[in-house]
Structures are given as C-alpha cells and as structure tokens.
Design a protein around this ligand. Structure first.
Ligand code: IPM
Ligand code: MG
Length: 324
C-alpha cells in the first residue's frame, strides 16, 4: 500500500540489487545505507561463486524479477577463475539486451563532460565467429538504434544548454561512421538550438587529455563509449568515482517496469576485494542516479497522475457543491 506524502500517494519502489563479485558486494553495502528507506529490495545472487558452484549465470526467473522491479542496482562482475567474457556476456550484457537499455549515460562532473554511449549494438551485438585462424567481430549499426540514442543525447544537451560532439571513426569505419553521421545530422535538424560537431575517436582521446573543456555532451557508439569513458574517469579523479546509468528512457517503447541498471564504471577488482581499500564513491553515485531517475519517473507515473487528477475532480466537486 502506498504512503500518503504531501497529498500525493507515493508508491513504494522495489529495487533489485545484484552485488556480484569482488568488491561489488562491499561497495553496494555502503551505497545501500544511503538510500531512502521507502524502497524495498530484492537481492539477485548471480555471481562468479554461484556460477562455479552451480553453473548458473543468471536465471530466467531472476531476469523476470529484475524486469518487474523499478530499477536494478548492480555492483560488479568478473572473476579471474572464469574465462573473460563468460560473466560479462552471460549477466551484464544479457541484462542490457533483454531490458533493451539502449542508453549508457556516464556523467563526469569533475571535467564537465557527459558521455551518451549507444548501449545496444555496434561491436557489442555479439555477431562474429572464430573459425580456424580467422576471427571476425561484426559491428552492427541500425538507423533505429542510432536515432533513439541520438534523440536522447540531443534532449539531454538541450535541457542543459550544452554542446554535443558526435564521436566516431568515419575516416576508417566508413559504413558505420557514415550511417552515424547521416542519422545524427537528421536528428540534429530537429534541435536547431543545440550546437553540434563531429570528431574522430582517436582525436577525441587526445583532446580529452589536452583540454576536456572542449566537450560537454559526447554521443558515441558502444565500444568508443566504453573506452573513452574510462579515459574520462581517469581525468576525473579515478575510476572509483565514475558511475553510469543504463537506461531505456522512452516510456512509449519500454516494455518492462525496470527503467534502468545503475552501476559503478569500475569492475570487480578482485585484487583488493576484502581489504577495505575499495572506494564506494562510484556505487554511491550510481545509487544517487538511480534515486533521481526513479523520482523523475515517479513524477510521471500513472499512480501519481491518477492521484492528481482525482484530487482535481474532488476539488471541482467540492466547489460545485458549495456553490449550489
Ligand atoms: C563497462 C564495462 C563492460 C562493458 C564490461 C564489463 C562488459 O567495461 O560497463 O564499461 O564493456 O560495457
Ligand atoms: Mg568499460
């Protein structure tokens, strides 16, 4: 049952929490102590330990529990005992894909730069093969995916009055880079008030180090976003500070309740797990992003809207009865 707060019925949020491996559980524990207490939690036990003991990465039931929660707070995954890619693809990338979390938002307030990383395709599409001496990894880029991510980035830049830079490598990746340029140019025409420009990814890496103030919102593909956001974290006091939100921001196309997966940018750091050295700042920031997004969504949620409109009708009815 919802609580009554300031005349608005506030529905208690249910958040799924996946602490994961290494320092994940330690930093998530610190972060959870800071969360408002009007949240219910459900813990998802997926981890390297469980995988090694039982062979399960994340079960369909766990994915369904996350999908029907309001959000997922994610610690970290990765373990030296497990081959690279197994946990990453089997847990984190599966969740990004199945919840269709197409934007990876990575703000770096220390340097005033925010990355909007396309989070659903590119070289992360999982298309490729290794046959004999040849390995192919295919970057998949579609108009629909570029467009929805670009729209989010332009909206984000517009809301803050910021400039946008599209980052790719179209001097070499001519097919993907060409498509990105065309789609972003089309979307950009709908935002004449947002100044935007293009830069190659290698130049962006150099310029970030030389003078990050050249950037405000950086829109880029999945792999460039992965790498350049680590670089940005290095310029912002370290990876221990950086948080990210994996989102499906368009309510008209979201098919699940879960609005996003919130996580520190850092990994499981098994070398310092249990030593007390792990910095919980990134997990705290990820948790703060989650609370902010949930609050924003709450303002638009049907429960609150229903309550507002029924209050308006009650007020109207009272006025009519007192004037008759
Ligand atoms: C990140 C991580 C992930 C990624 C890994 C763990 C799969 O590096 O969120 O930046 O490559 O997206
Ligand atoms: Mg990364």
């Amino acid at each position: 049952m919802g609580q009554i707060q300031g005349g608005c019925r506030r529905v208690k949020k249910r958040v799924a929490v996946l602490p994961g491996d290494g320092i994940g559980p330690e930093v998530i524990k610190v972060a959870l102590d800071q969360v408002p207490n009007d949240y219910d939690y459900v813990v998802i036990e997926a981890s390297a330990d469980r995988y090694l003991a039982e062979g399960a990465l994340i079960t369909d039931e766990e994915v369904a529990t996350i999908a029907s929660s309001d959000a997922l707070l994610f610690g970290a995954i990765g373990d030296p005992r497990v081959t690279d890619g197994v946990l990453e693809r089997g847990i984190l990338l599966r969740l990004r894909r199945e919840l269709d979390l197409y934007v990876n938002l990575r703000p770096f307030p220390e340097i005033g730069v925010t990355f909007v990383r396309e989070n659903s395709e590119g070289l992360y599409a999982g298309v490729g093969e290794r046959v004999g001496d040849v390995a192919r990894e295919v970057s998949v880029n579609t108009v629909a995916a570029i467009e929805r991510c670009a729209r989010y980035a332009f909206e984000y830049a517009r809301a803050r009055g910021e400039r946008l830079t599209l980052v790719h490598k179209r001097n070499v990746l001519v097919h993907a880079g060409g498509l990105w340029t065309d789609v972003v140019s089309d979307v950009g025409r709908e935002y004449p008030d947002v100044e935007w420009t293009y830069e190659h990814a290698d130049a962006c890496a150099y310029h970030l180090v030389q003078d990050a103030s050249r950037y405000q919102v950086v829109l880029t593909d999945n792999l460039f976003g992965d790498m350049l956001s680590d670089l940005a974290a290095g310029l912002s006091g370290g990876i221990g500070n950086a948080a990210s939100a994996n989102l499906h921001p368009d309510l008209s196309t979201r098919t699940v309740r879960c609005l996003g997966l919130f996580e520190p940018v850092h990994g499981s750091a098994p070398d310092i797990a249990g030593t007390g050295l792990a910095d919980p700042t990134a997990a705290l920031r990820a948790t703060r992003m989650m609370v902010e997004e949930l609050d924003k969504a709450g303002e638009r949620s049907p429960d609150v809207e229903d309550e507002r409109s029924s209050r308006r009708s009650r007020e109207r009815a009272n006025k009519e009865s007192s004037s008759s």
